[in-house]
Design a protein around this ligand. Structure first.
Ligand code: CP
Length: 330
């Protein structure tokens, strides 16, 4: 891995596969053990810096850091000095003074994680930036699909809903295509981004297009990003045309959703409560995948600095110690 994970485009397919293999091999089974903790990041510090609301991403990053034995600090913008007017730059400079190893950042503005990376020595992980990207969601979704389907090459996926405002859609279109999947976007025209043709996906305007796909990936209607005027003329009409229920599912099709779900808007309650969806498997995967990302971002860069001609024995010792620690998982 590179020093930071700012975008899914930072990773090659091989790197994605390698992170997911680490998640599967070393971390997936950990919650089933009596002692759900490994010493891998002992002595490291992780700061989770969230400027937007979150349940899944914030909880799983916090838990992932704690289960890796790191010291984890959670900073929520609405209960921090951000509320007194402190800028993102000054917040990051302040937090950087505590010497964190990793900063996980969620922010409403596209590009905020790259901005943070300019003002810290820590590794920066993008936990969602506006409608820019959500690379760790993409990785956990691919992990969930691999658990369900095995190889993904040639698998057809439809991404349905509020694509315009979705950072998950942007990351997942790129990530799914990298894994050899064929992507169709289904939405009413106002909820598709300008220049949608350039994303490398087919575009359809009705749920009829679900008939030809293996996987259905539903997106939340992000009403909070629609502004006062609204993006669609009528929510009732949207629900009638785009809310997916059990009657739309056939054969081995499985349904994913990044959460939080809006029951009765993009997904009918009966489908949300059925075994046809992988929503809780995605949540479970999020923990293992985020543990793997934090572990690999530290260990890969320690190994890279140990290999560099300038690296001293300290770098090599550190990389070696980290690699031994992951083996202590067993
Ligand atoms: N999928 C996702 O990012 O959920 P949260 O907003 O709850 O983190």
């Amino acid at each position: 891995m590179n020093k930071h994970l700012l975008s899914i485009n930072d990773l090659s397919r091989e790197e994605m596969e390698s992170i997911l293999a680490t998640a599967r091999k070393d971390f997936l089974e950990l919650p089933k053990r009596d002692i759900k903790k490994v010493p891998t990041l002992r002595g490291r510090t992780v700061i989770d810096l969230f400027y937007e609301k979150s349940t899944r991403t914030s909880t799983s990053f916090e838990l992932a850091g704690k289960r890796l034995s790191a010291d984890v600090i959670n900073v929520k913008a609405d209960s921090s000095a951000v509320g007194k007017g402190e800028s993102l730059k000054d917040t990051v400079l302040t937090l950087n003074a505590y010497g964190p190893d990793i900063i996980v950042i969620r922010h409403p503005h596209v590009g905020a994680p790259a901005f943070v990376a300019r003002y810290t020595d820590a590794h920066v992980i993008n936990a969602g930036d506006g409608k820019g990207g959500h690379p760790t969601q993409c990785l956990l979704d691919i992990f969930s699909l691999k658990q369900e389907y095995g190889e993904l090459d040639g698998l057809k996926v439809a991404i349905v809903g509020d694509i315009l405002h979705s950072r998950v859609a942007r990351s997942n279109i790129a990530g799914f295509r990298k894994m050899g999947m064929k992507v169709t976007l289904i939405a009413p025209p106002p909820l598709l981004p300008r220049g949608v043709e350039s994303l490398g996906a087919e575009v359809a305007y009705s749920l009829d297009a679900l008939a030809g796909v293996d996987v259905i990936y539903l997106l939340r209607m992000q009403k909070e990003r629609h502004g006062d005027t609204g993006m669609i003329p009528s929510l009732r009409e949207y629900i009638a045309r785009y809310c997916v229920g059990l009657r739309h599912i056939s054969g081995d099709q499985r349904v994913l959703h990044p959460g939080p779900i809006n029951r009765g808007v993009e997904i009918e309650a009966e489908l949300a409560d059925s075994g046809e969806n992988l929503i809780l498997q995605q949540v479970e995967a999020g923990l293992a995948v985020r543990m793997a990302i934090m572990y690999r971002i530290i260990v890969d860069s320690a190994a890279a600095s140990a290999e560099s001609p300038k690296a001293g024995a300290a770098g090599e010792d550190r990389a070696g110690a980290d690699i031994k620690n992951i083996r202590a998982v067993g």
